[in-house]
Write a protein that binds this ligand. Structure first.
Ligand code: PEP
Ligand code: MG
Length: 885
């Protein structure tokens, strides 16, 4: 039978799929004997069942009741018991952390009677009424759907009436009145009274949390983070503990290490006389955690002990939420902490040094996308000048953009192509669209754990928070800092690593990590940690890593970045610029003689290109692909040419013979769908002399390099092959030319000849194709295009965002390999290719070769190497190492 609820004692950290990350870790802490307020968890399975049918699954109500009864028995009091109520919180908690994106309801169990009991048991009437007021407000907006602004307005009105400056100026009687106002408001807006039954409150709160899985915020967040839409959330029901019971109470967040740098120590924020929500929301400014040693020494010592125990247990940075209720410490949440890219590397190196994890395990804790982020440029401190303001460095990196003051404006300007920085007093989950659109987020309030900080870090967006020197005025759409007023649209620069904000655009410099790949220089602890991860990845990986490069400079850079050869040298890039004229002459040639002359002029240029690349990659394989795109790409645009000639004609100027020829050729070669037209191997087969010229240039470059004492390793690759017949025909010419150059030079030429697999038919007939191919390289760009029937040049802009919204897929198949479809074709081709030719060399050179997730797939599929752009080579090396573990 399916079970829908679990006691804390029944779960553990490995059950995040079923119990959510928060729930699973609460179970783990309870099992470790840490002081966790008792509770239970409603499973993700219950949520999925509810969302699938839109109604509550059988057995859910019974399961909740059963666990509630057990909780009540252990506590010795009932939920909402009038004289001494048990109160619970109801919180969301999915498999993946989605901070602030779903609903939470606190103080469930309060009603008109139990509020009096709470006042008595806590000895604090104001506190009891304030808690009740919070419940009615949260329940009213979250469960009953009343506009939250109405509650805020009622509260503001009351404050004005009694002359209170803030919430603390409202007394018990004021708050009791406010509860009545809130209840009337709910009745007026919904036609239904606020439910007095604690059981009903609990039940409806659980369903509201389920519903919030599909709220707009949550959906947007999942899309951004590539979290599948069908996981559902668990719901944690937990006994309330109160951090707002006076000065000996409070709430805080702690990290077992600095989440920004990975250095051990005490990091976190504490807020006295406050609920946990107040800390995260950044409503009041917090104090650094070590001040707790002064405020509540005993609780502080206990907390330090629990932090050490958790880090030893998880063997990683943990973040912790805790509450102190009248001097007594309660642990409310822990998890292996979110971290910056920098901290991921420094922490993994540090815990390996401390012997907590092996080198293999340390490598599993750093990711290619984090490495890529560290290779971004940073601000040039020498030309930055004095910052306009300082704040907390909450999410590292450097970004420049126009200041904007609300989420909608950020979205609007970003959609129009402008870079923006979202500036707010503090952010709330409603600001998410603007945070996604912005290059950086700047807030004037809140600590490292405020909403802005947590969300920006998770997204890899630059963030400075708590910049108290600035005063944000969203109405006038400006902020001021030390006498300077910055209007909306003014460009500012935000340094999320240093926590500084500058007026104007600050120039950027390369990162030390990128410099390490260039020079090998280990400038600091972070670079050293990256270097160690790279060394270990190189030791354990099976996949080779090559680069896509078609100039000697790119080849040399790729080699410095650790490429073990070139997996794709696109020769079409060598036909551009000045050389266009020569290609044009080849196309327009009317006699063999004319064509040979044009090809003869191209030959030495191509040879020179190849010589340079082979020199840069001396001793390593260089896969040179024969020309791929349709020839008309090298001719003038058809419409432009026709318009020009028509205009000349109107002025009585007849077309020159050359222009007339050109127009005829352009018209003849025009294709409605060139991507599926005369390109790739087809072009080589129908354009006399083209393949011969390219192969001769390659062969002569090899000869030249050998004569210069080099070790050139050219491989010749044929693009867009559909059938083995095409390859057979091209090979005849390739072999003939190689034999010719070999005879002329007296040097044996043993360049392997292979093909791209980038059409479904090629993948499905790979066994036959392998008879003629010494290697395959999967062109997953075209293979994705032709398998899905998606034009790679059009669809991403045209409709992918709608497809992502609708959940057709959670990531573009052009970015991450589609394992089920395109990946399946790769698997078939690998198996049939190798069966036909043992030792067949297999690689991939589509964009997916540098995508972390795809690298894992190619490792598992048994490829020999991946090839990607030079900048992504380190990422591919790292991920290839991780894939091998
Ligand atoms: C491919 O199709 O994946 C490929 C590498 O070739 P191109 O991108 O040049 O078409
Ligand atoms: Mg291609």
């Amino acid at each position: 039978m399916v079970r829908y609820a679990y006691a804390f004692s029944e779960g553990g950290r490995d059950q995040a799929d079923l119990l959510g990350g928060k729930g699973a870790n609460l179970c783990e802490m309870a099992r470790l004997g840490l002081p966790v307020p008792p509770g239970f968890i409603v499973s993700t399975e219950a949520c999925r069942a509810y969302l699938a049918t839109g109604s509550e699954p059988d057995g859910l109500a019974g399961a909740i009741q059963e666990h509630l009864t057990a909780l009540e028995r252990a506590a010795g009091r009932r939920l909402g018991q009038p004289d001494d109520p048990l109160l619970v919180s109801v919180r969301s908690g999915a498999r993946h952390s989605m901070p602030g994106m779903m609903e939470t309801i606190l103080d469930i169990g309060l009603n008109d009677d139990s509020v009096l009991g709470l006042a008595k048991s806590a000895g604090d009437e104001r506190f009891a009424w304030d808690s009740y007021r919070r419940l009615v407000q949260m329940f009213g907006s979250t469960v009953m759907g009343v506009d939250g602004a109405l509650f805020d307005r009622a509260m503001e009105g009351l404050k004005q009436d009694v002359g209170a400056e803030d919430d603390l100026g409202l007394g018990a009687v004021d708050l009791a009145g406010l509860v009545e106002t809130y209840k009337e408001l709910i009745l007026r807006e919904t036609g239904e009274a606020f439910p007095q039954s604690p059981a009903e409150q609990l039940h409806r709160a659980v369903l509201a949390v389920f519903e919030s899985w599909n709220g707009e915020r949550a959906r947007l967040y999942r899309k951004r983070e590539h979290i599948p839409d069908d996981l559902g959330t668990a719901v944690t029901v937990q006994t309330m503990v109160f951090g707002n019971l006076g000065p000996d109470s409070g709430s805080g967040v702690a990290f077992t290490r600095d989440p920004a740098t990975g250095r051990p120590g005490v990091y976190g924020d504490y807020l006295a006389n406050a609920q946990g929500e107040d800390v995260v929301a950044g409503i009041r400014n917090t104090v650094p955690l070590d001040e707790l040693a002064r405020i509540a020494p005993e609780a502080y010592e206990q907390l330090r002990g629990h932090m050490a125990a958790l880090e030893a247990h998880y063997r990683d940075l943990c973040d912790i939420e805790f509450t102190i209720e009248r001097g007594r410490l309660w642990m409310l949440q822990t998890r292996v902490g979110k971290r910056t890219a920098e901290a991921a590397f420094t922490i993994s190196a540090a815990v390996a040094d401390e012997g907590l994890v092996t080198a293999d395990e340390a490598l599993t804790r750093v990711r290619g996308d984090q490495l890529a982020r560290l290779m971004f440029p940073r601000f040039d401190a020498s030309s930055a000048g004095d910052p306009l303001a300082h704040g907390i460095p909450a999410s590292p990196g450097a970004a420049v953009g126009a200041a904007v003051f609300d989420s909608a404006e950020a979205v609007r300007r970003a959609a129009a192509g402008e870079k923006v920085v979202l500036v707010r007093k503090e952010t709330t989950p409603d600001d998410l669209p603007g945070m996604v659109a912005a290059r950086a987020v700047l807030t004037s309030r809140g600590g490292k754990t405020s909403h802005a900080a947590v969300v920006a870090r998770g997204m890899g967006t630059v963030c400075v928070c708590g910049a108290e020197e600035i005063t944000v005025d969203p109405q006038r759409r400006c902020f001021t800092a030390g006498g300077t007023t910055v209007e909306e649209g003014t460009v500012i620069s935000v340094d999320g690593s240093a926590g500084a904000v500058y007026l104007g655009e600050v120039p950027l410099v390369d990162s030390a990590v990128a410099r390490y790949f260039e020079t090998g220089e280990r400038a600091d602890a972070l670079v050293d940690a990256v270097a160690r991860a790279m060394e270990h990845a190189d030791e354990v990986r099976r996949l080779g890593v090559r680069a896509n490069a078609d100039t000697p400079e790119d080849a040399a850079r790729a080699r410095r970045y650790g490429a073990e050869g070139i997996g794709l040298c696109r020769t079409e890039h060598m036909f551009l610029g000045e050389r266009r004229r020569l290609v044009e002459a080849m196309i327009l040639a009317r006699t063999d003689e004319e064509r040979d002359r044009a090809l003869g002029a191209l030959l030495p240029l191509q040879r020179q290109d190849f010589t340079g690349i082979l020199e840069a990659m001396d001793g390593l394989p260089v896969t040179i692909r024969l020309l791929d795109p349709p020839l008309h790409e090298f001719l003038p645009d058809r419409t432009e040419l026709a318009v020009r000639l028509a205009a000349d004609e109107a002025r009585g100027i007849p077309p020159s013979e050359h222009d007339a020829q050109l127009l005829e050729a352009v018209n003849r070669m025009h294709e409605e769908n060139p991507m599926l037209g005369l390109r790739g191997v087809r072009l080589g087969l129908v354009t006399p002399g083209l393949v011969g010229m390219q192969v001769r240039a390659i062969a002569e470059a090899v000869v030249e390099r050998r004569r210069a004492g080099g070790d050139p390793r050219a491989e010749i690759m044929v693009p867009l092959v559909d059938t083995v017949e095409e390859l057979r025909l091209v090979r005849e010419e390739v072999d003939r030319v190689l034999a010719g150059v070999s005879a002329e030079s007296g040097m044996p030429l043993d360049c392997p000849v292979g093909t791209m697999i980038e059409l479904p038919r090629a993948a499905l007939t790979a066994g036959l194709i392998a008879e003629e191919a010494e290697f395959f390289s999967f062109g997953t760009n075209d293979l994705t295009q032709t398998t899905w029937g998606f034009s790679r040049d059009d669809v991403e802009a045209a409709f992918f965002s709608a497809y992502l919204d609708k959940g057709v897929f959670s990531v573009s198949p052009f970015e991450t390999i589609d394992r089920q479809g395109v990946g399946r074709l790769v698997q078939i081709a690998v198996a049939e290719g190798r069966a036909a030719r043992p030792g067949l060399q297999l690689g991939v050179c589509g964009e997916h070769g540098g995508d972390p997730d795809s690298v894992h797939f190619f490792h598992a599929a048994g490829l020999d190497y991946v090839s990607c752009s030079p900048f992504r080579v380190p990422v591919a090396r790292l991920e290839a190492g991780r894939a091998a573990l």
